[in-house]
Design a protein around this ligand. Structure first.
Ligand SMILES: Cc1cc2nc3c(=O)[nH]c(=O)nc-3n(C[C@H](O)[C@H](O)[C@H](O)COP(=O)(O)OP(=O)(O)OC[C@H]3O[C@@H](n4cnc5c(N)ncnc54)[C@H](O)[C@@H]3O)c2cc1C
Ligand SMILES: *[C@@H]1O[C@H](CO)[C@@H](O)[C@H](O)[C@H]1NC(C)=O
Ligand SMILES: *[C@@H]1O[C@H](CO)[C@@H](O)[C@H](O)[C@H]1NC(C)=O
Ligand SMILES: *[C@@H]1O[C@H](CO)[C@@H](O)[C@H](O)[C@H]1NC(C)=O
Ligand SMILES: *[C@@H]1O[C@H](CO)[C@@H](O)[C@H](O)[C@H]1NC(C)=O
Ligand SMILES: *[C@@H]1O[C@H](CO)[C@@H](O)[C@H](O)[C@H]1NC(C)=O
Ligand SMILES: *[C@@H]1O[C@H](CO)[C@@H](O)[C@H](O)[C@H]1NC(C)=O
Ligand SMILES: *[C@@H]1O[C@H](CO)[C@@H](O)[C@H](O)[C@H]1NC(C)=O
Length: 529
C-alpha cells in the first residue's frame, strides 16, 4: 500500500473539516427549507405528510426501499438530510423552489436503479426528492397512448396496458421494477428495440418541473428541452413528472425461447456466428446472447452461453426464419413458447413460464445485491480468439455475465441526432458486463472492481474507439465523473462524448438556457457553459 504523504493527510483532514462545516450549516438551513415547503404546495395535499427527516422512525425504511445496489446502503455512505416523498405535483414544485431558495442540493429518485446510486447519494449535504408515490398510469387505447408518472415502474406499465388491450405494448426495459423516470430519460431499451426503437423514441409529450418550479409540457418547454430529456438523462434538466407514451401494436401471440449452449455443444461457433446474424435479422426478432459460468446443479463449472429470444410472431414463422438465417443455433420447436406480449415481459424478467402476470406489480420480490456494471459498443465482429479470451476471464471471475444485446433494425433507421442517445447505425451490439455478489466487505468489493477494470481493459481491441462509447443508463463513473461537487467542463466532455457523442454540445446549449446556475446536477450531469 502507498504511504500517504503529509500533504495528502492535510488535505484529508481539511476536507473532512470543511465538509463537516458544510453539513452543519446545511442542517441549520434544513429547518428553513422545511418551513418553506408548505408555502409553495397546495394546502389540500399537506406536504408535511411526505417529509421524512432523520428523526422519523421510518426514515431508514423509506431510504432503503429504493436502494437497489447494496454497495450504497452501507453505514459509511452519506445519507440525505431529508426525503420528500412527493404525493402531489405541487410537492415537487415546492421542493425545487425551496431547495433553490435555501441553497440545498437535491437528488431526484424514481426507481433507485442508478448503478452508482446517484439518485440517492451525494458528497455534499442533500435532500432526496422521491417520486415513488407518483406512479399513476392512464391508458387511452383509442388514442394509443398513455400518461405515466415518473415513479411508475416498467412492470406496472406493462400490466396496465395488458388490462386494456392484448395487442398493444411499449418498448421499455427488461427489469420490471425499473421506474420510468430514470429509464426513459436515459433511453430505455428492451427486447422489442429492434422493431420499435427505444422508449425515448416513443414519447409524445412530457411534464416537467423546471428550475423555477414551473410545470412545463412539450409545448411550453419547447422542442430543445423536450429533445434533451429523451435520452440526455432527466437529472440535468428538471424533474420529470410524467411521460405521454405512444403505445405500439404487438401481435396477440409472440414467441420466446431461452436455449443454452455449452462449449462442448459448440457455443464458440454459435456465438461467433451470432454477431453476423443477430443485428441483421428482421426487426421483429431479438436474440440476446449472454456468456456466464454455468451454475446448474450437477453441471461442471464452465462457461456457457444463453440465447434468449423474442419474436413478434408465432412459432412456425420463427422456426422457418431461424432455420434459414441461423441454423447453427439449433433452435427446436420444444424450445419455443407462444404467449401474450405481457406474458413475454414476465418471461424476460426471468420468471418461469406460467408465472401470473401480477408479479409485475410486486415491488418486494427483487433481492438486492452488491453490483458493478460497465458497457461497450461493438462495431466489428469479435474474432474467435477474442471470444475465447473473454471466456477465460468470465471463467476466472465467475460472478459475472457478459451480455450481448443486438442492435440493427429500427435502431439503424433513427438518426444519431434525433434524440441525445447517439448509439444508432453502425453498431452490431451493446455489451453489458455485470458483476454481482452477496458477500459484504470492502475487500470483496475491491476484488470485483479490480476484475471489472481488467475485463474492460482486455476488451479494448474489440470495442468502439474515439470515443469508447457507453450507455448512460448503465451508469459507470469510471468513464469520467465530476467528483466532490466540482463541475469541470473538460471532465464533463469526457463522459459526455462517450454517452452522447456529437449530441453533447446541444445538451450543453439546452442546459445553459434552462438551468444556467447548475441547480440540477450530479457527478455525470450536463454542465452549463
Ligand atoms: C437490474 C437492472 C436491470 C436493468 N435493465 C434495464 C433494461 O432492460 N433496459 C434499460 O434501458 N435499462 C435497464 N436498466 C438501467 C435503468 O434503465 C437505469 O438504471 C435507470 O436510470 C433507472 O431508473 P430509475 O428511475 O429506476 O432509477 P433512479 O436511480 O431513481 O434514477 C436514475 C437517474 O435518473 C434520474 N431521475 C430519476 N427520476 C427522475 C425524474 N423523475 N426526473 C429527473 N431525473 C430523474 C436520477 O436522478 C438518476 O440520475 C437496468 C438496471 C438494473 C439495476
Ligand atoms: C415525521 O415526524 C414528524 C414529527 O414526529 C411527524 O410530524 C411527521 O408526520 C413524520 N413524517 C411522516 C412522513 O411520517
Ligand atoms: C382518449 O383519446 C381520445 C382521442 O384523442 C379522446 O377523444 C378521449 O377523450 C381520450 N380519453 C380519455 C379518457 O382521455
Ligand atoms: C430447414 O431447412 C432445410 C433446408 O434449408 C430443410 O431441409 C429442413 O427441413 C428445415 N427444417 C425445419 C425444421 O424447417
Ligand atoms: C436463460 O437461461 C440461463 C441459463 O440457464 C439463465 O441463467 C437465465 O436466467 C435464463 N434467462 C431467462 C430470461 O429466462
Ligand atoms: C411478492 O413477492 C414476495 C417475495 O418474493 C412474495 O412473498 C409475495 O407472495 C409476492 N406477492 C405477490 C402478490 O406475488
Ligand atoms: C457545491 O458546488 C456549488 C456550485 O458550485 C456551490 O454553490 C456549493 O457551495 C458547493 N457545496 C459545497 C458543500 O461545497
Ligand atoms: C427563472 O426565473 C428567473 C427569474 O424570474 C428568470 O430570469 C429565468 O429566465 C427563469 N428561468 C427559466 C428556465 O424559466
Amino acid at each position: 500500500m502507498k504511504v500517504p504523504t503529509s500533504k495528502a493527510i492535510l488535505f484529508f483532514v481539511l476536507s473532512v473539516l470543511l465538509s463537516s462545516v458544510s453539513w452543519a450549516t446545511a442542517y441549520a438551513d434544513l429547518n428553513d427549507f422545511l418551513q418553506c415547503l408548505p408555502k409553495f404546495s397546495e394546502s389540500s395535499y399537506p406536504i408535511i405528510e411526505t417529509i421524512y427527516t432523520q428523526k422519523n422512525t421510518s426514515f431508514q425504511y423509506v431510504l432503503n426501499a429504493y436502494i437497489k445496489n447494496r454497495r450504497y446502503s452501507t453505514p459509511t455512505i452519506p445519507k440525505p438530510m431529508a426525503i420528500i416523498a412527493a404525493m402531489h405535483e405541487s410537492h415537487v414544485q415546492a421542493t425545487v423552489v425551496c431547495a433553490k431558495q435555501h441553497a440545498l442540493h437535491i437528488r431526484i429518485r424514481s426507481g433507485g436503479y442508478d448503478y452508482k446510486g446517484l439518485s440517492y447519494v451525494s458528497s455534499v449535504p442533500f435532500i432526496i426528492l422521491d417520486m415513488f408515490n407518483l406512479r399513476s398510469i392512464e391508458i387511452n387505447v383509442t388514442d394509443e397512448s398513455a400518461w405515466v408518472q415518473a415513479g411508475a415502474t416498467a412492470g406496472e406499465l406493462y400490466y396496465k396496458i395488458a388490462e386494456k388491450s392484448k395487442v398493444h405494448g411499449f418498448p421499455a426495459g427488461v427489469c420490471p421494477t425499473v421506474a420510468t423516470g430514470g429509464l426513459i430519460s436515459g433511453g430505455g431499451y428492451g427486447p422489442t428495440m429492434r422493431r420499435f426503437g427505444l422508449s425515448a423514441d416513443n414519447i409524445e409529450d412530457a411534464k416537467l418541473v423546471n428550475v423555477n418550479g414551473t410545470i412545463l409540457d412539450r409545448n411550453s418547454m419547447g422542442e430543445d428541452l423536450f429533445w434533451a430529456i429523451r435520452g440526455g438523462g432527466g437529472a440535468s434538466f428538471g424533474v420529470i413528472l410524467s411521460w405521454k407514451i405512444k403505445l405500439v401494436r404487438v401481435p396477440a401471440k409472440v414467441t420466446v425461447f431461452n436455449v443454452t449452449r455449452s462449449i462442448e455443444q459448440g457455443a464458440l461457433d454459435v456465438l461467433y456466428r451470432w454477431q453476423y446474424v443477430a443485428p441483421k435479422l428482421p426487426k421483429n426478432t431479438y436474440i440476446r446472447a449472454t456468456s456466464q459460468v454455468s451454475n446448474g446443479e450437477g453441471k461442471k463449472k464452465d462457461v456457457e452461453v444463453s440465447f434468449v429470444g423474442h419474436f413478434l410472431g408465432q412459432i412456425d414463422e420463427l422456426l422457418r426464419l431461424i432455420n434459414e438465417s441461423f441454423p447453427k443455433l439449433g433452435l427446436q420447436r420444444k424450445d419455443c413458447f407462444e404467449m401474450s406480449w405481457v406474458e413475454s415481459t414476465v418471461f424476460w424478467a426471468g420468471y418461469p413460464i406460467g408465472t401470473p402476470i401480477n408479479v409485475l406489480l410486486n415491488m418486494t420480490n427483487m433481492p438486492t445485491f452488491f453490483f458493478k456494471s460497465k458497457s461497450d459498443y461493438v462495431k466489428e465482429p469479435i474474432p474467435k480468439e477474442g471470444i475465447k479470451s473473454i471466456w477465460q476471464m468470465v471463467h476466472k471471475i465467475e460472478k459475472v455475465y457478459v451480455q450481448w444485446n443486438p442492435y440493427g433494425g429500427r435502431m439503424d433507421e433513427i438518426a444519431a441526432s434525433a434524440t441525445p442517445f447517439p448509439h444508432r447505425a453502425g453498431n452490431l451490439f451493446k455489451i453489458q458486463y455485470y458483476m454481482s455478489w452477496t458477500e459484504e466487505g470492502i475487500d470483496t468489493t475491491n476484488k470485483y472492481l479490480s476484475f471489472s477494470r481488467k475485463l474492460y481493459e482486455a476488451m479494448t481491441p474489440f470495442v468502439s474507439k474515439n470515443p469508447r462509447e457507453a450507455f448512460l443508463n448503465y451508469r459507470d463513473i469510471d468513464i469520467g465523473a465530476n467528483l466532490h461537487n466540482q463541475t469541470e467542463f473538460d471532465i464533463a466532455r469526457v463522459y459526455g462524448s462517450k454517452c452522447f457523442k456529437d449530441n453533447f454540445d446541444r445538451l450543453v446549449r439546452v442546459k445553459t438556457v434552462v438551468d444556467p446556475q447548475n441547480f440540477f446536477r450530479n457527478e455525470q450531469s450536463i454542465p452549463p457553459l
